[in-house]
Design a protein around this ligand. Sequence first.
Ligand code: 3PG
Length: 254
Amino acid sequence: MADSSLPSPASTPSPTAQPSGGAVSVLDLAPVLPVVVVDDAEDAVPLARALVAGGLPAIEVTLRTAAAPEAIRAIGAAVPGAVVGAGTVLGPEHVDVAVDAGARFLVSPGWTDALLSAMRASGLPCLPGVSTASEVVALLERGVREMKFFPAQAAGGTAYLRSLYGPLPQVRFCPTGGIGPANAPEYLALPNVGCVGGSWMVPGDAVAARDWGRVERLAREAAALGDTVPSSTAPSSTATAVAPAVTPSGGTCR
Ligand code: 3PG
């Protein structure tokens, strides 16, 4: 079983929903969680270094390519400031692949009981995906309080999340899908949003050109989006030289 008890962060995270023990929820590591598709594992380390240098320490590497496990492994070994997780986790076999590669957290676009059980058995923090109130309630029944909201824009966007907050204020989300610099601040201003996910800071043409300077600039702009929302709700980046501990808050996935 993977161990999620990792070193304490070197800087203070957002005051919102911080779990006990000095560990930090994935939702509180930075205002933006980059969603990365890596086609060539050789790109993984410079790409991750650029994201971390720009202020985005949490990185979701999607398990959509053959290179993804090696990319996760390489980032974990060579980029100490990164907290690398696995995304597009679709079943127990993906959980095994992610754990074997050294992923620090797990993200899925949706969930089943089999997937949730495997995520929990891994001991890693996880963000199972939801897009309806019923899915949120079903996860709450199972003790999960932190979730990915996907596909965010298509599923109702900020209006939907604002509506969920009334009856379900105990749940926090990472909305992902169709979010960019223009609409991210509106999401981040919601009390039930910890961070937003997105791929805009890793454009395909920048990766193809290995233009890591551009990725770093876009990451820096994304990290600064947390500064545009009220400080009481804004997640602030906890980028450090050493990767912070991450844990699910509220007993999620365990
Ligand atoms: C994904 O799973 O691909 C994420 O939702 C990223 O979506 P985006 O490309 O719209 O940011």
